[in-house]
Design a protein around this ligand. Structure first.
Ligand code: ADP
Ligand code: MG
Length: 256
C-alpha cells in the first residue's frame, strides 16, 4: 500500500552565523491513509519544520517528499501550490480566521483561493461544519465563537479541499483540557471518516491513545514511529485491516 505521505531521508538546514543549523536530519516518515500519527519532542527539535516540509511550504535541502504518490521534489513553485491545495490540509495552533466572515464563509473562501468553481461549496461547507459540531453556528463570526469552536472551524476549513494529508501543529496549545480532548477526538474522527493521513504535533501526551502511532523528534532527528495501542477502541473498525497496522510495518519502514 502506498503511504499518503512519505518523507525519505529529508534534510533541512537554516543558516546560523557562519555555519548551518540542522532543523531536519535524515528524516524518514510514512503515514497511510486513515492513520493518525502523533509527533512529540522538545521545543526546537524540528517538529514544525517537519510539518512545513511535508506541507510543501518549505523545500528540503535534500531528500524526497512524496504526497499521495506524487514526488514534490522536482515541481515548480506553481505546481507545488496546486499539489498543496489539492492534497494537503494545514491546521496551526492559531486558527487565523478572517474576523468579518461567518463560519460558513470562512470555508467557502478557501474554494475561491483554490480556484475551484464555487457551485456546491456552500452545501459542502455546511456539511463539514455539521461534522465538526458547528451546525447551529454556521452564521457566527469568530468573535461570537469560543476558542474551541474557532479551532473546529479551522479543522472544517482544512477539510474543504478534500486533503489526503492533514498536518496539525499543536492544535490544543491554546485550549483548556476539556476542549483539547474534544479537538483531538474530532481529529481522530475526521481521520477515520475522510481517510486522511494525519500528522499531529502535540505536547498533550495523555491524548496519544487516541492516535495510532507516535514518534519523537530530537535535534532534527525523528525516531521510528511506534504503535500507541493495537487495541485502541478509537480505531475505526473499517480501517482495522492488517494492511495498515503500523506495528506490522517495521521491515518496510526500516528499509529506507
Ligand atoms: P519545534 O517545532 O520542534 O519547536 P522548529 O521546527 O520550529 O522546532 O525549529 C527547529 C530549529 O530550527 C530550531 O532551532 C529553530 O530555532 C530553528 N528554526 C526554525 N525556523 C527557522 C527559520 N525560519 N530560520 C532559522 N532557524 C529556524
Ligand atoms: Mg513548533
Amino acid at each position: 500500500m502506498n503511504p499518503a505521505l512519505n518523507l525519505v531521508n529529508v534534510t533541512l538546514e537554516y543558516p546560523d552565523g557562519d555555519s548551518a543549523l540542522k532543523a531536519l536530519d535524515a528524516v524518514d516518515l510514512r503515514v497511510d491513509a486513515g492513520e493518525f500519527f502523533s509527533l512529540v519532542g522538545p521545543s526546537g527539535s524540528g517538529k514544525s519544520s517537519l510539518l512545513a516540509v511535508a506541507a510543501t511550504l518549505v523545500r528540503p535541502g535534500s531528500g524526497l517528499v512524496i504526497i499521495d504518490g506524487m514526488d514534490a521534489t522536482g515541481l515548480k513553485d506553481s505546481e507545488l501550490t496546486s499539489l498543496r491545495r489539492e492534497k494537503v490540509g494545514i491546521i496551526f495552533q492559531q486558527p487565523n480566521l478572517l474576523p468579518s466572515l461567518t463560519a460558513v464563509e470562512q470555508l467557502i473562501i478557501g474554494d475561491h483561493f483554490r480556484g475551484k468553481p464555487t457551485a456546491g461549496a456552500r452545501k459542502r461547507a455546511t456539511e463539514l461544519l455539521d461534522v465538526v459540531g458547528l451546525g447551529p453556528s454556521l452564521n457566527k463570526r469568530p468573535h461570537q465563537l469560543s476558542g474551541g469552536q474557532r479551532q473546529r472551524v479551522n479543522i472544517a476549513r482544512a477539510l474543504m479541499g478534500q486533503p489526503r494529508v492533514l498536518l496539525v501543529d499543536e492544535p490544543t496549545a491554546a485550549l483548556d483540557h476539556e476542549r483539547s480532548e474534544s479537538i483531538v477526538r474530532l481529529l481522530r474522527r475526521v481521520t477515520d471518516e475522510f481517510a486522511t493521513a494525519t500528522v499531529m504535533v502535540t505536547h498533550d501526551t495523555e491524548f496519544l491513545p487516541l492516535t495510532d502511532s507516535v514518534a519523537t523528534m530530537r535535534d532534527g532527528r525523528l525516531g521510528v514511529g511506534v504503535p500507541v495501542s493495537p487495541t485502541s477502541p478509537h480505531r475505526h473498525p473499517r480501517l482495522a485491516s492488517s494492511a495498515r497496522e503500523p506495528w506490522l510495518r517495521g521491515p518496510t519502514q526500516m528499509s529506507f
